[in-house]
Design a protein around this ligand. Structure first.
Ligand SMILES: Cc1cc2nc3c(=O)[nH]c(=O)nc-3n(C[C@H](O)[C@H](O)[C@H](O)COP(=O)(O)O)c2cc1C
Length: 176
């Protein structure tokens, strides 16, 4: 039997999904934000999007610099995901606080997170106003991948009731 669920509560029952660290730079200052709202928008051109609330410090930085880097995270980066998702770059150097190392990108000024196994350099081609988050659509410029990395790792996130819970990618169940 099913019954009507309040919309927010219903959506929180969506399956677990990845989280990402998004890094940026504006006027010489670096910042990082934890993001769950990430999506592929196009294969050719290669476009990915991130949903950022305009109240975030990161929002203005990305809007003005028109660049961002998507950094994939695994369980080893969970502390960093928490720091970057629970504090603002307005009054904190999150690279320092989260023990992360900024390294230079090749096509963008935004720094890559060295500790992340996969960094995706993007230039903003469009900003889409939706509701309480705006979507920055970025064209992928360059991808950096760690060699000899176990790609079965990965950090996932799920809302359960009012709290969020982090998981690691688990056992393979099927094949496509
Ligand atoms: C697991 C997780 C997922 C998040 N996803 C998003 C998101 O998709 N968009 C967003 O704007 N904020 C998201 N946040 C909240 C921001 O990371 C948080 O408000 C952060 O402190 C903003 O930092 P800033 O002020 O330096 O930009 C998320 C936080 C967590 C912990």
């Amino acid at each position: 039997m099913k019954k009507v669920d309040p919309i927010r509560a219903g959506l929180r029952k969506l399956p677990i999904r990845p989280v990402y660290l998004i890094s940026m730079q504006h006027e010489g200052k670096n910042n990082i934000i934890t993001i769950g709202m990430f999506a592929f928008f196009s294969g050719n051109p290669t476009l990915v999007g991130i949903g950022v609330k305009p109240s975030r410090f990161s929002y203005e930085m990305i809007r003005k610099s028109r660049e961002f880097v998507v950094n994939v995270v695994d369980g080893k980066l969970m502390y960093a995901v928490r720091v970057c998702g629970e504090s603002s770059g307005r009054n904190l150097d999150k690279f320092k606080q989260a023990n992360l190392t900024p390294i230079e990108g090749t096509k963008v000024k935004a720094p890559l997170v060295e500790e992340s196994p996969l960094n995706i350099e993007c230039k903003v081609v469009k900003e889409v106003e939706t509701g309480d988050h705006n979507w920055f659509i970025g064209e992928v410029q360059m991808v950096h991948a760690s060699q000899d990395y176990d790609w079965n790792q990965g950090l996932l996130f799920k809302w359960i009731g009012e709290s969020g819970v982090f998981f690691e990618v688990g056992e393979q169940k099927g094949k496509y």
